[in-house]
Design a protein around this ligand. Sequence first.
Ligand SMILES: [Zn+2]
Length: 215
Amino acid sequence: MRKYVIMGVQGSGKSVQAAALGADLDLVHISVGDIFRWHVQNHTKIGAQVRRTMAAGELVGDDLAEAVTAERLAQHDWNYGFVIDGFPRNARQAEFFLESYDIDGVIFLYLPDEEVRRRVLARRLCSGCGMDYNLIAGRPAEEGVCDVCGGTLVTREDDTEEALAVRLREYHEKTDPVLELFRRKEYVVTVDARPSKEEVQQEIRKSLGLPPHKD
Ligand SMILES: [Zn+2]
């Protein structure tokens, strides 16, 4: 049984790495963000709560994240273990989580703020079909035009310098104390998130003493 927490700022490739880690090792990927999205799409009570919070421009509360995580883990479908993403949210939850679930390690995908800025500000979205583009890695054939539907590419409303600066500040305020606690207890392996997806995955496995990733 292997139980990991994965941490990293937006754009660090957390979900991709967690999924790749889980695929051949049979670890269940538990993403708190995905669980919230599921609730919103399926119009559950929790979904309504999440929708209200986001409409007010606030972050979903730590307690709600804790409740959905506990509920998800209580399904006990993780016979070989799990990789959890989006939890714990604060030092109290981290302490409790370590003790209750006997966590094997914390993977921290390190991405410097200036690289987050570069990646996020290069994102574009098709106003026609919603297809995502990235001006660094996934340029359209013709500048500003969607390859799929010919629609105009636009910047997401919250992908401005100012909005991103606010998100980065909030991210550090929230995450740094959790990471600090995990570090003190010597659970953290730090992996540079800047190389290719495959290189990052192999580095994660090497750091955790796991067999190499095969496609
Ligand atoms: Zn399009």
